[in-house]
Design a protein around this ligand. Structure first.
Ligand code: NAP
Length: 271
């Protein structure tokens, strides 16, 4: 069974819209340069904001900006009481230390949950906000009554944006989690032995039907484009057909991720 994110996204959007009616919110989205993939993600954030009644200030900065000037700009928004959350679009141009810049965002305005303080609090089970994509994966499982407790999960990918925080969230939900990466030996065996497989590796159709069994749940986080601009996940269509449940790409986790970003804004505003 193929599962989609549209209904969940609409449900979250309605919750955000209700919250925004009670307490108006503003999100600042900082974009450096003109990268095409970044622009399309940012446009989807602006659109969601319009639909949910949340003000989104898009701040476009020149690709040649220095790291210090970028941090100075972030500091202005940190101190701007009219702005409740700050989202910094990545990747940043070469030469800019992304980690340093993200850590310059006040953790109380970090809608992406990527500030070291927020990631540390996630590890300590004290986080109020968590990275949006792992939240979207957790939400899609919950909304489809897929229980994590006692299950064996294989996450492919260990990035700070997806794999690592998702592993923490799933451990907190009492799953037994194996995190795989490019140095993992016998990756196919790790995939086969899991009840739930989450692919967040950025490789078109990498997980094939021979690695997947008919009882497995597979969540595809991959957002990859071929040379013609067509979108693919990390899991092949044949593998998805074989699995018990599989999330669609496009139209799956990615649709919910934007909504989770605004959910983080709602949480930060309420604090
Ligand atoms: P990333 O930072 O490049 O991390 C990729 C991870 O996959 C790394 O841990 C890497 O291992 C691992 N990996 C790569 N090739 C592998 C292989 N052949 N075998 C095993 N592991 C391998 O990427 P990311 O930011 O986490 O994103 C991953 C994918 O999710 C991308 O397609 C991205 O576009 C997508 N994404 C989607 C959303 C959404 O909302 N749907 C949001 C964020 C990202 P090493 O650590 O050893 O290098």
């Amino acid at each position: 069974m193929l599962i989609y994110g549209k209904e969940i996204r609409e449900k979250i959007k309605n919750e955000i819209a209700r919250a925004a009616e009670q307490q108006p919110m503003t999100l600042a989205v900082i974009v450096v340069g003109q990268e095409k993939a970044s622009q399309s993600y940012v446009n989807s954030i602006v659109r969601f904001g319009e639909e949910a009644g949340v003000k989104v200030d898009k701040v476009e900065l020149n690709a040649n900006i220095t790291e210090d000037s970028l941090i100075a700009c972030i500091n202005e928004y940190n101190h701007n009481e009219l702005v409740d959350g700050i989202m910094l679009q990545t990747p940043l141009p070469e030469g800019i230390n992304t980690e340093r810049v993200i850590d310059a965002i006040a953790f109380t305005k970090d809608v992406e949950g990527l500030h070291n303080t927020n990631l540390g609090m996630l590890a300590a089970k004290k986080a109020s906000v968590a990275p949006a994509t792992p939240k979207a994966v957790m939400r899609i499982l919950k909304e489809h009554d897929i229980i994590l407790e006692g299950k064996k999960v294989c996450i492919i990918g260990r990035s700070t944006v997806v794999g690592l925080p998702l592993a923490l969230m799933m451990i907190h939900a009492s799953a037994t989690v194996t995190v795989c990466h490019s140095k993992t030996a016998r990756l196919a065996d790790e995939i086969r032995s899991a009840d739930i497989v989450v692919a967040a590796m950025g490789r078109i159709n990498f997980v094939t039907a021979d690695m997947i069994g008919s009882e497995q749940v597979i969540i595809d986080v991959g957002t990859n484009f071929d040379s013609s601009g067509k979108m693919f996940g990390d899991i092949s269509p044949e593998a998805k057909e074989k699995a018990a449940v599989a999330s669609a790409v496009p139209g799956g986790v990615g649709l919910i991720t934007v909504a989770e970003l605004f959910d983080n804004l709602r949480i930060l505003k309420a604090q």
